[in-house]
Design a protein around this ligand. Structure first.
Ligand SMILES: *Cc1c(COP(=O)(O)O)cnc(C)c1O
Length: 365
């Protein structure tokens, strides 16, 4: 294997256990985007075996894949535009979220046609101005009440915009808005079974927002929602689950003054051995990390030299390196630069680093 993602499922299980110690709420494991790049089905199975009793995806097709894998716990897909295969969703007992009367109607029509009551979660916009009912709220409530015989009201939920900044007063604004919308809902006689608001950041920092269920994403994978604002994952007893390794394709001696790679952007300052690594930006390495990241061999840093190419990159192994072609280097995680360090080098967040690793890089468990 020229490169692979090694996923430590025990770390995921331990991370869920560590979170379970911080909350009495039910845990929903967020497995969207191929379980943040860690592999949808293996992670979902591990999560369910380790204390998560719900699963959450963004897309309907992700939820369908879980059902096709034989997973029977409640699953919610919360990002379904009009025109999705709701028939399939209802037949597979997948919970759906509604943020508009028009989508609500569309799903009810499908339910009536099939003779199945859709299991619905109402999403309200409490301040993020992304998903959730906002301007339609009063009509939405009236519609929900008029149609109450035609669906099961499972959940009531919203999403924080700034939970990774625990000191922001805006979090309290959103919590208050959530409570008041919930009170308006229950005043109409509609009572959701499950109330959910918190993502990882709020699960780690705002017990007041836990309600009956928390939606756990990044923390389950052993990463901090925001290293600068909240501290690193180790502060919360979380351990990253992802390590990436790749093979050295070729090793060669090069001279001081040689320019390396496309554009000749970097010139060697000394004679050294270069290693060509079989992993590039099409595999998900961020090309913008060019000058500040590197790989590790034998516990020693081999910095990237020149630009990352599509399928490969070049590193400076050092003149005395004992590496040979065919040896593996650690690209990220494990004894290499951490996912957080790569994120910093690329000017992005750890979420993007793990989710951008391409499907062509095999996941090993
Ligand atoms: C992705 C997502 C989460 C999980 O967020 P983390 O910050 O990774 O914990 C929770 N809820 C919703 C609606 C999401 O889209």
């Amino acid at each position: 294997m020229r490169a692979f993602v090694q996923v430590d499922l025990a770390a995921i299980a331990e991370n869920i256990a560590a979170i379970a110690k911080r909350t009495d709420s039910t845990i929903l494991a967020v497995v969207k985007a191929d379980a943040y790049g860690h592999g949808l089905v293996p992670v979902a199975i591990t999560a369910v075996e380790s204390g998560a009793s719900w699963l959450g995806t963004a897309l309907l097709e992700e939820a369908i894949t879980l059902r096709e894998a034989g997973i029977e716990v409640p699953v919610i897909a919360w990002l379904t535009p009009p025109g999705e295969d709701f028939e399939r969703a209802l037949k597979l007992n997948i919970d759906l979220s509604v943020s508009s009367i028009s989508l609500f109607k569309e799903i009810l029509e499908v339910g009536k046609h099939l003779g199945i009551k859709p299991r619905l979660h109402f999403e309200v916009d409490t301040g993020m101005r992304r998903g959730g009912v906002l301007d339609e709220w009063s009509e939405f409530l009236a519609f929900a009440q008029a149609e109450k015989a035609n669906y099961s009201l499972i959940g009531f939920w919203s999403h924080f915009a700034r939970a990774d900044e625990p000191l922001r007063s805006f979090n309290q604004v959103q919590e208050d808005e959530f409570s008041s919308k919930l009170a308006e809902l229950t005043a109409t006689g509609l009572t959701p079974e499950i109330i959910h608001l918190s993502n990882s950041a709020a699960t780690l920092s705002r017990p007041s927002a836990h309600h009956s269920m928390v939606r756990l994403g990044i923390a389950m994978y052993g990463l901090s929602p925001d290293v600068d604002q909240m501290g690193g994952a180790e502060k919360f007893n979380l351990r990253p689950a992802m390590t990436i390794r790749a093979k050295i394709h070729l090793i060669k001696a090069a001279k001081a003054g040689d320019a390396v790679g496309y554009g000749g952007t970097e010139t060697l300052k000394r004679d050294t051995k270069l290693g060509v690594i079989v992993m590039g930006y099409s595999d998900g390495l961020p090309r913008t990390a060019n000058n500040s990241a590197g790989v590790f061999f034998d516990g020693r840093l081999a910095p990237l030299v020149g630009r990352i190419s599509m399928d490969q990159c070049v590193v400076d192994l050092g003149a005395d390196s004992r590496a040979e072609a065919g040896d593996y280097v650690t690209v990220m995680g494990g004894d290499g630069y951490s996912i957080d360090e790569w994120a910093k080098a690329a000017g992005t967040i750890n979420y993007e680093i793990v989710t951008r690793i391409a499907a062509r890089v095999p996941r090993i468990y």
